[in-house]
Design a protein around this ligand. Structure first.
Ligand SMILES: [Zn+2]
Length: 171
């Protein structure tokens, strides 16, 4: 038996190993690293040192994210919780998301919408978050803005419709 006393993996390291395993799997690991990760994930009582956990984490951080089955794969309107996103395609064919930010003018009470680029959001959006046209319309009526482009609905027809005429075709 060795008498060296190694420091045990910290709670933070364990947290990250579990989190990254859920996001990326552990197939990027091999040999000793794989066994140590397995001990942590399986919550076996085997001692895992801080150095071993650190070696596991280096490889996990460097690995790419798994492509999740239900990752968003089409442009359109999506809602995650209370947040509305417009997913669009870049010139190079990558999908990215813009978040709808609604502001209320304190004097007039009128609402305006702005779509702002949200760098990490595309990874949180799933196909199941897709809004139907009816939902987009309902939201538009609530806000008084077209949620697709953020424009204020002024034309009475559009107000009644809850969406701008051009944008109706884009949901
Ligand atoms: Zn619009």
């Amino acid at each position: 038996m060795s008498t060296t006393t190694a420091r045990e993996a910290s709670a933070k390291q364990i947290y990250w190993i579990k989190k990254l395993a859920a996001q990326k799997g552990i197939d990027m690991l091999d040999g000793h690293d794989y066994e140590r990760a397995f001990d942590i994930l399986g919550e076996t009582d085997k001692f895992v040192s801080s150095m071993e956990a650190s070696s596991v984490l280096d490889k996990m951080f460097a690995a790419p994210y798994l492509k999740v089955e239900d990752d968003v794969n089409e442009p359109g309107m999506y809602r995650v919780g209370d947040t509305i996103f417009r997913v669009q395609e870049s010139e190079t064919g990558n999908l990215y998301a813009k978040r709808l930010v609604v502001e209320v003018n304190k004097k007039t009470g009128k609402k305006t919408g702005t779509l702002v680029y949200d760098a990490g959001a595309i990874r949180e959006i799933r196909n199941l978050h897709r809004m139907t046209k009816e939902q987009a319309i309902e939201c538009g009526k609530d806000y008084g803005i077209c949620i697709v482009c953020g424009a204020q609905l002024e034309d009475p027809k559009s107000v009644a419709r809850g969406i701008g005429p051009t944008c109706a075709k884009r949901v």
